[in-house]
Design a protein around this ligand. Structure first.
Ligand code: MF3
Ligand code: CO
Length: 250
């Protein structure tokens, strides 16, 4: 069931989204050679708490940390660890959710560490732009499949593949609500986008094949072929004025 939000509820979600976006900025600034993913997670935890919000990932199922930090061939849901040290040339995906006023804001970004290869840069640029192309489709009258199809075409035209095992989702008082928002689809198919829907659009894009596998830790998804993966995400509201990004730091 899709839960529509009132204008007031969207304002409340914007407050949650702002904290999530600022926490993500803070995490991104901390991406440096020699830093552990746990150190970054701790900064994120402290910032979210300092704003009176809750880091939604912490204790979600058995997830033990406040953010997911996934490096290089890791696609999503990497578990921050003091043993995981970032090095020059890595690409570091940080995915986090903050809850305020009972509403969640969900966002992700892949940050380069130092000097990354041209191939890595191309993947980051294509994935980020595919997110913004998808967001442009998040308007009344379109359908979920229009978003997915746009993302998929953008990515595949550049020689990359979209992950199919994980998808975007509705977001609100629960971190995951209906509808699913895949990064692939058919134009004119899927749920109709109406005023008051709030969705997380989150292309996960692989440099090689789309296949992923989850490691023995039960969380970390990696590419089967070992190639790089990137992830960019915003929480977006469908409004009469067009798509409204709720995970905006300003
Ligand atoms: N943005 C991620 C998602 O939608 C958040 C996962 S939190 C975790 O799947 F606890 F599941 F890791
Ligand atoms: Co999400």
């Amino acid at each position: 069931m899709i839960i529509l939000k009132s204008v007031h509820e969207i304002d409340l979600m914007k407050e949650a989204g702002k904290i999530a976006a600022r926490a993500l900025q803070l995490g991104g600034k901390a991406v440096e050679p020699g830093v552990s993913t746990e150190y970054i997670d701790n900064l994120i935890y402290k910032y979210i708490k300092s704003q009176g919000a809750i880091p939604s990932c912490l204790g979600y199922g058995d997830f033990p940390k406040s953010s997911c930090i996934s490096i290089n061939n890791e696609v999503v849901h990497g578990i921050p660890s003091k043993k995981r040290i970032i090095k020059n040339g890595d690409i570091v995906s940080i995915d986090l959710v903050a809850c305020l006023n009972g509403f969640h804001g969900d966002n992700a970004w892949t940050f380069p560490c130092g000097d990354i290869t041209k191939e890595a840069r191309g993947l980051l640029d294509a994935t980020r732009e595919s997110l913004f192309e998808g967001i442009k489709c998040a308007k009344i009258g379109n359908r979920v499949g229009d978003i997915g199809n746009t993302v998929e075409r953008y990515v595949e035209a550049r020689g990359y593949s979209v992950v199919r095992d994980f998808v975007g989702h509705g977001v609100g008082t629960s971190m995951h609500e209906d509808p699913s928002v895949p990064n692939y689809g058919k134009p004119g198919h899927g749920a109709r986008l109406v005023k008051g829907m709030t969705i997380a659009i989150e292309p996960m894009v692989n440099a090689g094949k789309s296949d992923v596998v989850v490691l023995d830790d039960g969380w970390t998804a990696v590419t089967v072929d070992g190639k790089l993966s990137a992830h960019f995400e915003h929480t977006v509201a469908i409004t009469p004025e067009g798509p409204l990004i709720l995970t905006d730091p300003s």
